[in-house]
Design a binder for this molecule. Sequence first.
Ligand code: HPA
Length: 281
Amino acid sequence: MTLAQQKTADSGNDILHARDTVLKLLDGRKPSVAVILGSGLGGLGDKVEDAVSLPYAEIPGFPVPTVAGHAGALIAGKLGGTDVVMLKGRKHFYETNDPQPLINMIRTLKLAGIEKLFLSNAAGSLRPQIGVSQLMLITDHINYLGLNPLTGPNDDTFGPRFFSMTDAWDPALRATIKDVATENKITLHEGVYMAFRGPSFETPAEIRMAQTLGADAVGMSSVPECLIARHCGMLVAGVSCITNMGAGLSDEHLSHDHTMEMAAKGAANFETLVTAALGRL
Ligand code: HPA
């Protein structure tokens, strides 16, 4: 067996063990939606009722995050009366360059019965009308990571080698989330999310490029999650919490602390939106 084949076999075993670990934690509950909580948005995990949880370190193959504000835990319970799984914290590509733990995590959810994935992230705005601490519903994305997590041998048991990314950010889920925002008087912009690899923030020239290419917000996550989830047939929705204007578009100094502080400001609307939307997705 080659090293690559060994790695695939090991991760296959990990995924089955991880599925069993998650099913044991769920103990008969049958959530169909999972929410991945982005930077500074993890507080929603603490609002889950009748919660049971496991640190990622106890789920085989799961990514153990290294960044402050990304504590890794899977939480299951009810939010707004609906069964849900919350993933608090995730690994970014800039931490390891290895997409396998993220693949393991999302495929484990799929095997545990999750059909819809609600992604969230902190992002920089490229449009003056999309302000700091406001929310943007992701309508589409540009993968500028320089990498697709699905390169390498395809696991046909999860999905086909080639698959469509048209309507990857599901139109029906988006329509529901928009309705919920309107009903709750939450300003919800819509736009294209462009993923940069990080860990540096962009240069002002890169931000101008992103604007020219048609992006409305930039960040360092969610695109790999969307690709992996669409490959295995999950429906995907996502919301960016705007923590800053893109580099060069304002005088603010970009830092991780600033991101966390501004995400906290947008978190209340984010929490209301997700809580109200869950039962209707
Ligand atoms: N760029 C990339 N990632 C981010 C930003 C940004 O401006 N803000 C929050 N995450």
